[in-house]
Design a protein around this ligand. Structure first.
Ligand SMILES: N[C@@H](CCC(=O)N[C@@H](CS)C(=O)NCC(=O)O)C(=O)O
Ligand SMILES: *[C@@H]1O[C@H](CO)[C@@H](O)[C@H](O)[C@H]1NC(C)=O
Length: 274
């Protein structure tokens, strides 16, 4: 029952699957990890689109099947695992809602100061390298079959890149700031109201050990902490308090403590919060 899991160290949703593998008692040989470098746009290679036409991580090959979304990948990892944990719930859909998208949470900028900082940082580099990869890979004869995919991606990524590099019209930039503010507020609502609504006072949604829901929520929360400037388990609560102007709810703080104490979390985030 060998499995191949496609991941990337900076990916929030791949981290869900990585936490699951680390928690679920899989042996070293059970799961082969393959890195797809999202910053270099390797997910846009025709060879990867043949595996997952959406070009996203995580992707899992298992038993001759390909699983192409975080929810499906994680469900299979849970189902086949040596260690049994609590099955997931509608919390998974909730945390994956567009309005809480942890990837846009990283790219967003609400004003010129934030935009300047993001352009100079990883976000600017990420967008420009991806655009380069899209231009290059879409010219490959193998890419013909994915023409529509490339056109859509070039448009979306190119639009963001134009804003970040100051080449977009003023009204696009203003629209981006508005969209960013709305997203920031929505993520804040998730941290302060939505997540505390389903968290226990201590431990995990799955009980004493993380369950299927927890893999998703743990990775999401870690990314959100990173977007507020957190660099480690220890500074995250202060970073979130500063960004949001209020201490995070007690349940969220307890949950953060529970996750960050686990060897699985320490392993997945050994290279930093992402
Ligand atoms: N809805 C998808 C989203 C997955 C996703 O967006 N993954 C990111 C990494 S965290 C990705 O692969 N992005 C590449 C891209 O969109 O170009 C899922 O849940 O699997
Ligand atoms: C692939 O992308 C489409 C369009 O965004 C989406 O509707 C679909 O759910 C995605 N498939 C998976 C497996 O994530």
């Amino acid at each position: 029952m060998a499995k191949t899991l496609y991941v990337f160290a900076g990916s929030v949703w791949a981290a869900v699957a990585e936490l699951a593998v680390a928690e679920l008692g899989y042996k070293e040989d059970d799961v082969t990890f393959k890195t797809v470098n999202l910053v270099e746009g390797e997910n846009f290679a025709p060879s990867f689109l043949k595996i997952n036409p959406n070009g996203t991580l995580p992707t899992l090959e298992s038993n001759g099947q390909v699983y192409k979304s975080t929810a499906e990948v994680t469900a299979v990892l849970v189902k086949d695992a040596p260690t049994k944990v609590k099955a997931g719930s509608t919390i998974i859909q909730t945390i994956h809602e567009e309005k809480y998208d942890p990837n846009f949470a990283m790219l967003l900028a609400r004003n010129d100061a934030e935009l300047t900082a993001k352009s100079a940082g990883l976000a600017g580099m990420f967008l420009s390298k991806r655009q380069e990869a899209l231009e290059k890979l879409s010219a490959d004869p193998e890419a013909e079959a994915f023409k529509a995919f490339y056109e859509t991606k070039k448009g979306q990524n190119g639009g963001l890149l134009a804003i970040v590099t100051g080449k977009a019209p003023e009204e696009h930039k203003a629209g981006f700031f508005d969209k960013s503010q709305a997203h920031f507020d929505s993520v804040k609502t998730a941290v302060f109201e939505v997540i505390p609504g389903f968290l226990p006072d201590s431990g995990f949604i799955g009980g004493e050990a993380p369950g299927e829901d927890d893999f998703h929520v743990g990775a999401w929360l870690t990314r959100i902490a990173a977007t507020t400037g957190a660099k480690s388990a220890d500074d995250a609560l202060a970073a979130m308090e500063k960004a949001y102007g209020a201490p995070v709810p007690a349940k969220v703080a307890a949950y953060w403590g529970a996750w960050t104490a686990r060897p699985s979390w320490k392993k997945v985030y050994a290279g930093g919060l992402h």
